[in-house]
Ligand binder design. Structure first.
Ligand code: NAD
Length: 260
């Protein structure tokens, strides 16, 4: 379905980003992956994409918490791939604390990566997409882009910001072939959430699986985690022709979290 398309997925050395990169590659898209981690493990993932799906796959390491680096990253990715058709703004981090205890440095880091990087990446990709009259910008927001939870001021503010930015991107490009939508996942058991599960287990003196169940019970009525692969499927749909008139929306995959 996406044969010959070029896709850039930020924060794709792990979790949701990696599954989205693999889902796009499975449909024939060439991909640029990005993020931190062990060099050998990243090379294994990159080579695996080429081997498993017969596409071109590149790794461009860049710290997307820095605006100029994010813009240069998109330009480097365009050079490697020869163009950009799909941009998935996925990289994100988390920190939990009461507002008055929230370290300023953590607030700045979360806003920089979870929100400003979406702005910089989008700004760098749009001229290429507008020129060719086709593009898909897919922002990985969160259920926390639609509703709030305590202790997550920076994350909730950033993700609500991403939802707003998604709408502006959609409006400014309506009718020119470029769409922009946000995917809003509930709990997905990635390293980002595993840390929170372990913190809860420690705080409550319960085992990790009991903490995972409690986390689901609190927010996600299905009592099941969303899988990275399900989010890959959603991204493929948003990149498809079927979604050509879908723009400026949020797509919830959250087991019912935001239904109540
Ligand atoms: P993860 O920790 O598994 O992956 C995060 C990725 O971002 C990694 O590849 C990491 O190397 C990369 N990264 C971190 N800092 C970076 C930086 N400065 N520059 C470039 N890359 C950087 O997390 P995940 O759960 O897969 O999260 C991916 C996205 O999904 C995030 O935006 C997150 O907010 C969102 N999300 C996650 C959940 C969940 O339950 N896991 C739910 C809703 C939304």
């Amino acid at each position: 379905m996406l044969k010959g398309k070029n896709a850039v997925v930020t924060g794709s050395t792990s979790g949701i980003g990696l599954a989205i990169a693999r889902a796009l590659a499975a449909e024939g898209a060439n991909v640029v992956i990005n993020g931190f981690g062990d060099a050998a493990a990243i090379e294994k993932e990159r080579a695996g994409l080429e081997h498993d799906f017969k596409v071109r796959a590149y790794y461009v390491g860049a710290d997307l918490s820095k605006g100029p680096e994010t813009r240069a990253f998109v330009e480097d990715a365009v050079k490697e791939l020869g163009g950009i058709d799909i941009l998935v703004n996925n990289a994100g981090i988390q920190h939990t604390d009461l507002i008055e205890d929230f370290p300023v440095e953590r607030w700045d880091a979360i806003i920089a990566l979870n929100l400003s990087a979406v702005f910089h990446g989008t700004a760098a990709a749009l001229p290429h997409m507008k020129k060719q009259g086709w593009g898909r910008i897919i922002n990985i927001a969160s259920a926390h882009g639609l509703v709030a939870s305590s202790f997550k001021c920076a994350y909730v503010a950033a993700k609500h910001g991403v939802v707003g930015l998604t709408k502006v991107t959609a409006l400014e490009n309506a009718g020119n072939g470029v769409t922009c939508n946000a995917i809003c996942p509930g709990w997905v058991r990635t390293p980002l959430v595993e840390k929170q599960i372990q913190a809860m287990a420690k705080e409550k003196g319960i085992d990790v699986e009991a903490a995972a169940k409690e986390m689901l019970f609190e927010k996600q009525p299905s009592l099941q985690f969303v899988t990275p692969e399900q989010l890959g499927g959603a991204a493929v749909f948003l990149a498809s022709d079927a979604a050509a008139q879908m723009t400026g929306t949020t797509m919830s995959l959250d087991g019912g979290w935001t239904a109540r």
